[in-house]
Design a protein around this ligand. Sequence first.
Ligand code: PEP
Ligand code: MN
Length: 337
Amino acid sequence: MIVVMERGASEEQIRHMVERVEGLGLKSHVIQGTERTVIAAIGEKREEMKQRLEVGSGVAEVVPILAPYKVASREVKPDPTQVVAGSLVAGAGRTAVIAGPCSVESEEQIISAAKAVKAAGANALRGGAFKPRTSPYSFQGMKEEGLKLLAAARQETGLAVVTEVMSTDDVDLVASYADVLQIGARNMQNYRLLEAVGNTDRAVLLKRGASATMDELLLAAEYILNEGNPNVMLCERGIRTFEAHTRFTLPLASVAYLQHKTHLPVIIDPSHGTGHTYLVPSMAGAAVAAGADGLIIEVHPDPERAMSDGYQSLNFEQFNETMTRCRKIAQALGREL
Ligand code: PEP
Ligand code: MN
């Protein structure tokens, strides 16, 4: 249920209603909107609860939340959420660009990538130190050594660092180096991991599972929000379909759909979404045209020699051109990029 407070309800009235909600055995999330404050009351609902809350002082109305996800829904929070993590700002009119290699491979590689993507206008650096690889014989990432190199790249450029955490065992370690914790597609429904990142003070980039529905993605985000971490970005990175011309099928309708259903920023990954370098610039532009709140793009100093995902990575020149293209599209829509 949502307890909608009257316009101008006092702090005292809000605090009182939070106590009433919790007294009924429900969890409360206070959301301060531009218009008014609402208190999301989450938990098992019983009929008499609505009446009990409705009579509270300063309460305008109590309405049910129809969506299966609650804190993530637009019903609860009509205003878009802006996620800020160091140099990265996404949502509420700001389009973030996260760029860098699939994997951190060496100091020279990550520092040169960080400098190049920053010069081209990226707001954050990506790079995997813990890599979820389909084969156990593929490069698994540099682990903590890679995290240290990412921190050095941040030091050098000022770019926020986005990197994946694969296991609950590593959450504290990765959080001590990263600005944004990435939950990869393969882990979207690892609920213990979602709870663990929900208990950190780091922003989270939650990637859609390759066969997950939109509701499943939003319910995965709900696990993180429910732990009290409001800084969640959703990432469409393509889904598995019968189509084999692209690595995955990238549904850009996800941008409009998700922005309709949730206040959380929506980031598009045209690299994994297509799996081919030559398709990335067009789909990056299309994502910006669709109103995405950000892009995450794989960029490598020498894609031919990359230890992972070279075939879908842009070189520095290609990234520069992609940024120029995306900036023009953003400008036409009156958005900043
Ligand atoms: C990645 O970002 O390099 C990655 C492994 O992505 P995904 O989890 O979307 O496959
Ligand atoms: Mn990759």
